[in-house]
Ligand binder design. Structure first.
Ligand code: FSX
Ligand code: SF4
Ligand code: F3S
Length: 372
């Protein structure tokens, strides 16, 4: 059965070079040494690919779209190659009652063995009547499919935490899958949309190691969501030095200064966006001059006003200190602007500390900086 409609690029073969490149990026995303690429390759080429049933509920389908329309068509092919995609409403040819039959057939055929990938939130208000497919409530479909699944991967902020639909007054009572399904291994891969490499790496991890990766308190894989954006943001030096964008298009904006005053949620959001970035062309929200809205973080993305300034959670000490010199009673850092840009948080943090210290403290600080 040809299950898929036309998806640009999917008919093309992946070159060996592209294949190894993608696996290498996935290994790096998981924090695995390059030696693991061979292990990932063996898992991808294994004849026993895990069956996957992919469900859609309240969402914009941006998660699937961003996955399939990546600038690298080999990526979509790889992700569809590593799994045996047996049901996916967006790209399968079947529709209507034929689609419902396929779903029933697949969950029974692969009972206890398939991975259920979910996109979209689940409405729970008024008995769940606000999202129905083929006359069945989303919440009932979810429970029925989950009961026979071996594990669930909730992708996107919607499926993970309720998404934009769950913002107060949350008219449909939208929740993430983990609020409805409590008795199955469940991984959240949030983002709006999630980074395709995080989806690929999560699926590859499960496939290769036959277990779910280490998760944080929100069930996110730690390899992708273990670091706060603010702690590895390339604009961090500007935050520490007190150089902020005040208005879009102002001098600071043009110079790439910190977006904190524009409501950046990087100080309370955990994700690998600064390092993994999107679309193979090195872009991500902060990189193109927009504050992070916290799309990977529960109760942050969509819940907090975009312009709201968040309270940084803790001060993380800089990893390096530039040399401090005292000129006319004022502490300065040699070439602070250039050094800040090169060293990131470290130089900027030392800069802002130094500019506020009285003379004696300046000297003490200088001494400590030299010792460390
Ligand atoms: Fe939500 Fe995904 Fe945002 Fe859209 O499926 S995470 S609204 S990108 O599409 O669920
Ligand atoms: Fe980067 Fe935002 Fe933190 Fe500024 S506030 S350093 S832009 S994460
Ligand atoms: Fe989302 Fe912020 Fe990353 S908005 S894509 S978590 S930079």
């Amino acid at each position: 059965m040809n299950r898929f409609g036309y998806v640009p690029g999917l008919s093309e073969e992946i070159s060996r070079r592209d294949f190894i490149k993608l696996l290498t990026i996935a290994a790096a995303t998981m924090g695995l040494p390059v030696g693991f690429v061979k292990k990932l390759e063996a898992a991808v080429k294994s004849p026993t690919r895990p069956p996957v049933i992919w469900l859609h509920f309240q969402e914009c389908t941006g998660c699937t779209e961003s996955l399939l329309r990546t600038s690298n068509p080999a990526f979509a092919k790889l992700i569809l190659d590593i799994i045996s995609l047996d049901y996916h409403e967006t790209i399968m040819a079947a529709a209507g009652s034929q689609a419902e039959e396929v779903l029933q057939h697949m969950i029974n055929k692969h009972a206890g063995k398939f991975i259920c990938v979910v996109e979209g939130s689940i409405p729970t208000k008024d008995g769940g009547i606000y999202c129905q497919i083929g006359g069945k409530k989303a919440v009932d479909i979810m429970k029925e499919v989950a009961q026979k699944a071996s594990a669930i991967v909730a992708i996107g902020n919607c499926a993970s935490f309720g998404g934009v639909q769950s913002v107060e007054p949350n008219p449909t009572g939208a929740v993430g899958v983990m609020e409805v399904i409590k008795d199955k291994p469940l991984i959240n891969v949030p983002g709006c949309p999630p980074n395709p490499y995080n989806i690929l790496s999560t699926l590859l991890y499960v496939l290769t190691f036959k277990k779910i990766p280490e998760l944080d308190e929100y069930r996110r894989p730690k390899f992708a969501y273990g670091r706060r954006i603010h702690d590895h943001c390339p604009r961090r030096a500007h935050f520490d030095a007190g150089r902020f964008v005040e208005h879009y298009g102002d001098k600071g904006h043009r110079l790439g200064w910190c977006l904190y005053k524009m409501g950046c949620k990087g100080p309370v959001t955990y994700a690998n966006c600064p390092t993994t970035q999107f679309n193979d062309v090195g872009v991500w929200p902060i990189g193109i001059g927009h504050p992070c809205i916290g799309c990977t973080q529960p109760k942050v993305g969509f819940h907090l006003p975009v312009k709201l300034k968040v309270k940084p959670q803790e001060v993380v000490p800089p990893e390096q200190f530039p040399p401090i010199t005292v000129k006319e009673g004022k502490a300065t850092i040699a070439g602070v602007a250039a050094v800040s840009a090169a060293l990131g948080a470290a130089a900027g943090a030392a800069g802002v500390i130094a500019s506020r210290l009285p003379d004696k403290e300046e000297r003490d600080h200088e001494g400590k900086a030299k010792e460390s």
